[in-house]
Design a binder for this molecule. Structure first.
Ligand code: SF4
Ligand code: SF4
Length: 538
């Protein structure tokens, strides 16, 4: 029988559970070339744009910076730097609304471009195969590259895995409606993407590399096939269009039949997944020495005169992106960061583009009506049928509403990829994903609080122990050493002997009659002599 790897290599595909087929709405933006925007009036760069710790600031307010200059340096695990997207002056470093559903303020560096767009000195490595693996991983790290298709996982961590990778998957599925950023990038820059994949293959040495693209992107498939035609063990794989085939776990299942264990990572089963945009960034960083300072963003929706993909500098505010596409807002206009399924409505258009921003959607009310009022669950189980993670969305919803966190965890809430397929099919228009997001945030908060309280308890116990130890040591220092019984009896004997000696001496004195009395003192002797002479005269 064929080995699994042979079957994968031959092109076999496997079914994945659930999924939905919403209207794709990509044709509005996927046929135009990628547009280059004029410089925005200011750039707002959050210091942290990825999973992990933020870097240390390297710059101050009023400082002049060059394009590509590092603004932060990594200082802890999973810390990735950010770089100046153009030359200009730092006008402020302050918390600003973040590109997150909560829009909570995050420390950001605000740059006023000087219009010159002057690069700092770049260090390209066209002969990267001569470098050590550590040096190559460092280049990816200091270029600030994190995953550009999902949550923003630092690329250097994945690239330095010690686990054996059998199958490297390059994710070009781009399954969410409206978004065509990866599609046009593959059409326009397939050579660079393949060269970026080669860098990763050099580091990971996989047995097979698959570039997965949904079959509704024929131009991208053709471009990638042409660019990878002469490379052994690298294949382009067209997969059926279904949302969310591009989810990491779903894509692995479709291409390899393997399931990532709950709480595990793909590397645990010998698979590693990277996005096509990330591979482009890897090629730019290694071969040209350019850090990650820009990305392709789909700017779409019927309120725009032009719907297309643009090269957006990181830190560009959504307001600028929309204005450049002829934005005509409607009353109660919604602007969504991300697609209609997994994206979130922005509270303000002053939110900046970050490394994970793939789409800005400004739909008209007719195009995307406001969701209706939430009604009661009718237990139709349509949500369970649609769930690609084989969860029970209606149950999760009950537990989320009643804040039964233990039950939520037992029902694998954290396996939910927040794809929104359940909410999409729900006839009662229950905003299921919102309930899950809130519950996840609350559980994480509780876990953080628990960790904090455990640490505080540990510190308290350690302090108490130390104080007790010090008190004991002090007590022992001031205590007289106790004499032993033997020592006591010895000293008693000595005292008795001494007394006996004294008595003997006294007894000796009384018995000796021949002994003369002790001599008188001189004055007494004189007086006695005088007395004696007086007696003699009379
Ligand atoms: S789809 Fe909606 S109404 Fe149907 S079971 Fe799920 S949550 Fe309930
Ligand atoms: S949002 Fe979560 S529960 Fe709903 S379909 Fe997607 S994975 Fe399943």
């Amino acid at each position: 029988m064929d080995s699994l790897l042979a079957r994968i290599s031959r092109g076999q595909l496997w079914p994945s559970p659930g999924g939905v087929h919403p209207p794709v709405n990509k044709s509005q933006s996927n046929s135009l070339p990628i547009h280059i925007l004029p410089l925005p009036p200011r750039l707002v760069l959050p210091v942290k744009q990825h999973i992990g710790a933020q870097g240390h600031l390297l710059v101050n307010v009023h400082e002049q910076v060059l394009k590509g200059q590092a603004l932060t340096k990594p200082h802890a695990n999973w810390s990735v730097p950010v770089h100046a997207p153009t030359s200009g002056r730092i006008i402020d470093i302050t918390p600003m609304p973040s590109a997150h559903p909560s829009a909570l303020p995050e420390l950001s560096i605000i740059i006023e471009p000087d219009g010159e767009d002057r690069w700092c000195e770049l260090v390209p490595h066209p002969n990267y195969r001569e470098l050590t693996a550590e040096r190559l991983v460092d280049i990816l790290h200091f270029a600030g590259i994190s995953g550009m298709g999902g949550a923003g996982f630092p690329t250097y961590i994945k690239a330095s895995t010690k686990q054996q990778i059998d199958v490297l998957i390059i994710n070009g599925a781009e399954c969410e409606p409206y978004i065509s950023a990866d599609d046009v990038l593959m059409q326009a820059h397939s050579e660079e993407i393949v060269r970026g994949i080669e860098v990763l293959r050099h580091l990971l040495q996989p047995k097979l590399t698959l570039i997965a693209i949904e079959d509704d992107k024929p131009k991208a498939i053709a471009a990638m096939e042409q660019a990878s035609a002469n490379i052994d063990d690298m294949q382009v794989r067209a997969i059926p269009t279904k949302y969310p085939s591009g989810g990491e776990k779903q894509l692995i299942q479709i291409l390899t039949s393997k399931e990532v264990p709950a709480g595990g990572i793909p590397a645990d089963i010998g698979v590693l997944v990277q996005n096509v945009g990330t591979m482009y960034a890897v090629q730019q960083a290694v071969e040209l020495g350019k850090p990650l300072i820009e990305r392709v963003v789909t700017v779409t929706g019927d309120t725009l005169a032009e719907q297309r993909n643009v090269w957006a500098l990181l830190g560009t505010e959504v307001k600028h992106l929309l204005a450049q596409q002829g934005f005509t807002p409607e009353p109660m206009q919604r602007v969504i960061m991300g697609g209609p399924m997994m994206g979130f409505t922005l509270p303000t258009v002053r939110i900046p583009v970050v490394k994970t921003t793939n789409c800005i959607l400004a739909p008209s009310a007719a195009e995307m009506p406001m969701p209706g009022e939430e009604r009661a669950c009718i237990r139709c189980s349509a949500c369970a049928d649609a769930c690609p993670a084989s969860l029970l969305p209606q149950q999760l919803q009950w537990f989320a509403k009643t804040k039964e966190y233990k039950k939520l965890e037992e029902h694998q809430l954290f396996d939910c990829i927040e794809c929104g397929a359940c909410a999409y099919v729900c006839p009662s228009e229950i905003p299921l994903v919102q309930y899950y997001r809130v519950a996840k945030a609350e559980i994480r908060e509780q876990q953080i609080e628990q960790i904090k309280s455990d640490r505080a308890k540990e510190r308290f116990e350690a302090r108490k122990e130390r104080l007790e130890r010090e008190q004991e040591e002090r007590r022992n220092r001031h205590k007289r050493p106790r004499r032993s019984t033997e020592q006591d009896s010895q000293s008693k004997e000595k005292v008795a002997e001494a007394l006996a000696r004294v008595k003997r001496k006294q007894a000796d004195k009384g018995d000796d009659k021949t002994r003369l009395p002790p001599p008188l003192p001189v004055r007494k002797r004189k007086r006695r002599a005088n007395n004696l002479s007086r007696i003699t005269v009379t």
